[in-house]
Design a protein around this ligand. Structure first.
Ligand SMILES: [Zn+2]
Length: 311
């Protein structure tokens, strides 16, 4: 069923588990996400970035997700990831997204607040939830690049003021994660101390971006069949498990799906040099992405947290 994201995240915050927000840009990724969630009876968020929307077309992509969400036995929210302007927010709401993110974290506190308030007013009138962001993550997400030295940890007092004054429904914070596959130079570290402080004073679901695990096993699978991905480190499972105890209710994952997709396509083509059936080539990738989504759901603790299906 297609649902408002607030119903999913309020329960997650209360139950101290995380709900996965997985990025899609096509049919097979969406199937992998929803099938995994159904199999594990977990609520799930399907997210599309602006780049994904440009790639697939907003009508195609939203209709695809909504059609599958409505048929699913579990709650599914359709979410705009990193919306950078009021225009894209309006466009998504027009196409029945149930949640939007306005990311004005690159602007000053004042400007971020002003734009977020404007979005909240517009979205709430139409029954749509809003995620905002305060603090900046390093890394690359689609076209959005932030250098490491421009990344800023979220200030707890600012977060409190921002959450209160903007009226947003969920807040993305920066505690040391970063977008993309290359997250940590040394030992992975998250500022759980900052998160604790924020969780105590900001009484709403918090969001962790740039949280992919970038597991060695998947990097190796890509490289085994001719890939040349560097062995890097993502966010370890134990840090994710700690974070969900402190109001991290939504956890974004994109990179892990991309890596699994690449592993599947490479493996199929190398093992079947005579193959040219797109369904088989992408089919294996879809199975591998589903495996990743299942693994993530188990780590986040949202397995069996879907409401029982309505009679
Ligand atoms: Zn993000």
């Amino acid at each position: 069923m297609l649902v408002n994201i607030n119903s999913i995240l309020a329960k997650a915050r209360q139950g101290r588990y995380g709900v996965g927000a997985f990025n899609t840009s096509n049919l097979e990724i969406t199937q992998a996400i929803i099938q995994a969630a159904e199999l594990l009876n977990a609520p799930v968020i399907v997210a599309t970035s602006e780049k994904a929307i440009q790639y697939a077309g907003i009508e195609n992509l939203s209709q695809l997700v909504i059609t599958m969400a409505k048929k699913a036995k579990i709650p599914v929210a359709l979410h705009l990831d990193h919306g950078k302007s009021f225009d894209i927010v309006k466009e998504c709401i027009k196409h029945n997204y149930t949640s939007v993110m306005i990311d004005a974290s690159h602007l000053s506190f004042k400007e971020n607040l002003r734009l977020t308030k404007q979005v909240v007013k517009y979205a709430h009138k139409r029954g749509v939830s809003v995620e905002a962001e305060i603090g900046r993550l390093a890394g690359i997400e689609d076209d959005i690049k932030v250098k490491k030295d421009e990344a800023i940890y979220t200030d707890p007092d600012e977060a409190k003021r921002f959450a209160h004054e903007s009226g947003c429904d969920a807040l993305a914070i920066a505690i040391g994660t970063s977008h993309g596959a290359y997250k940590f130079k040394g030992k992975p570290k998250l500022r759980i101390d900052i998160l604790k402080e924020i969780a105590e004073i900001v009484k709403m679901p918090l969001v962790l971006h740039g949280a992919s695990g970038v597991k060695i096993k998947w990097i190796s699978r890509v490289n085994k069949f001719g890939g040349q991905l560097a062995h890097t480190r993502g966010v370890p499972d134990n840090l994710i498990k700690q974070a969900v105890k402190y109001s991290i209710s939504k956890i974004n994952t994109d990179t892990d799906l991309r890596i699994a997709f690449t592993a599947g396509v490479r493996e199929y083509l190398i093992k079947n040099p005579e193959g040219f059936d797109p369904r088989k080539i992408i089919g294996l990738a879809r199975d591998m992405m589903q495996q990743v989504v299942e693994d993530r759901i188990k780590i986040f603790g949202s397995k069996n947290k879907a409401l029982p299906p309505l009679p």
